[in-house]
Design a protein around this ligand. Structure first.
Ligand code: CAA
Length: 387
């Protein structure tokens, strides 16, 4: 289906979207209810996505990636997430938060060793930034890296880590000195098989139940010098630049959830009869559908705009925050309306909109809450006038 963006007319994009859309509808969607109910990790989906090049979409082909642009990535995130939002976030974290910082800040050796298996999907990645006492304010982190012979020792914990249970490779943010704020934050690439690393707790969540959200423990984990990502003290900038791209991925996920809720609502409105006719004939329902479709398309265009800016190489911090803010709030609003259109049926697990409603909520929280996105947007607006 076309959504009216010029790039969509590219033959390559059309083929990609046809292929990914068919995979999402035929393979991912039929099992989404099972994964939601059981919390079972969608191993088969991830394996198939790896074969299709969806786990390292924007990574150079030289490192096993698909070498595609961010607009294609946002579009594919929508396709996969419209079928299963858990599968969507697993894909998003691997692409945006694990591959991207290594591709952009890693040495040639690090790219060969760590990026290639992540991009081909042979391995799975996670991004370990948040801590129990440092969520919206990551500069307040406590996980300490101490310099030792040949490298560093990491001690402390991380939480809210998507893919934390399954990840083979973690991009981990630490502090060299908790009294020095963001100037001491330092990033590492960590092999999760390292002695002293453990997965401590799995969250029992409202939605996206088939993706793991874990706490990670680092009990004097030795990390060799060659696993330092970027320079000492550059870590928070790496994290925030990475999250700019991550927010496009989550916006794409939110679009997919919202589209699923809208499509289900249209179908239901055409089938459900009240007052002697399908409820789609009622203006009250038509207004809901019109508002849902308009908010979805506005968010989609903001998301594609942020992705297009990323592709040009321009700074896209504000555009990504706007996209994530608009798409996540649209998803929550549309999913709420979708339940309203379905009436009592929408409040039951028999209809997909109940899952959409639970899955939508997290998009307003992770990779920066809606309040954080507003802070980022306002800071960029003021920066623009103060030069
Ligand atoms: N790109 C590159 N560098 C950036 C940047 C960006 N987008 N934004 C800021 N920086 C730089 C700044 O220039 C500054 O460097 P200098 O001092 O050298 O100038 C440095 O980073 C610190 O910037 P700020 O002083 O603006 O930072 P701050 O501490 O005030 O925080 C913030 C700003 C917007 C609140 C930021 O901390 C933020 O986005 N917080 C939310 C964090 C977040 O999204 N967490 C989610 C974790 S991931 C997740 O959800 C888990 C998962 O697995 C899905």
């Amino acid at each position: 289906m076309s959504h009216g963006w010029p790039n969509e007319q590219d033959e390559d994009k059309k083929m990609l979207l046809d292929q990914v859309g068919a995979f999402a509808r035929e393979v991912v969607a039929p099992k989404a209810k099972h994964h939601d109910e059981t919390g079972e990790f969608p191993t088969e989906n991830v394996k198939r996505m790896a074969e299709m090049g969806l786990m390292g979409m924007m990574v150079d082909e030289a490192y096993g990636g698909a070498g595609l642009d961010a607009v294609s990535y946002a579009m594919c995130m929508e396709e996969i997430s419209a079928a299963c939002a858990s599968t969507g976030v697993i894909m998003s974290v691997n692409n945006s938060l694990a591959c991207w910082p290594i591709q952009n800040f890693g040495t040639e050796e690090q790219k060969q060793k760590w990026l290639t298996p992540l991009a081909t999907g042979e391995k799975l990645g996670c991004f370990a930034l948040s801590e129990p006492g440092a969520g919206s304010d990551p500069a307040g982190m406590k996980l300490i890296a101490t310099k030792v012979d040949g490298g560093y020792k990491l001690r402390g914990s991380k939480n809210w880590i998507t893919n934390g249970r399954e990840a083979d490779t973690a991009v981990v943010f630490t502090t060299l000195d908790p009294t020095k704020g963001h100037k001491a934050v330092t990033a590492f690439i960590v092999d999760t098989k390292s002695p002293g690393f453990s997965v401590a707790k799995l969250e029992d969540k409202l939605g996206i139940t088939a993706s793991s959200t874990a706490s990670l423990f680092f009990d004097d984990v030795f990390v060799p010098q060659e696993c330092l990502l970027g320079a000492e003290g550059q870590g928070l900038k790496i994290a925030l630049a990475t999250l700019d791209g991550g927010r496009i991925g989550i916006a794409g996920q939110a679009l997919g959830i919202a589209r699923c809720a809208l499509d289900a609502s249209k179908k239901f409105a055409l089938e459900r009869e009240q007052f002697g006719a399908p409820i789609a004939k009622l203006q009250a329902i038509q207004f809901h559908i019109a508002d849902m479709a308009t908010r979805l398309q506005a968010a989609r265009l903001l998301t594609w705009n942020a992705a297009r800016m990323k592709d040009t190489g321009a700074r896209f911090t504000k555009e990504a925050a706007m996209a994530k803010l608009a798409a996540s709030e649209a998803a929550m609003w549309i999913a709420t309306k979708a339940i309203q259109v379905h009436g009592g049926y929408g409040y039951t697990k028999e209809y997909v909109v109940e899952r959409n409603f639970r899955d939508a909520k997290i998009t307003e929280i992770y990779e920066g809450t809606s309040e954080i996105q507003r802070i980022v947007i306002a800071a960029q607006e003021f920066a623009a006038i103060s030069g």
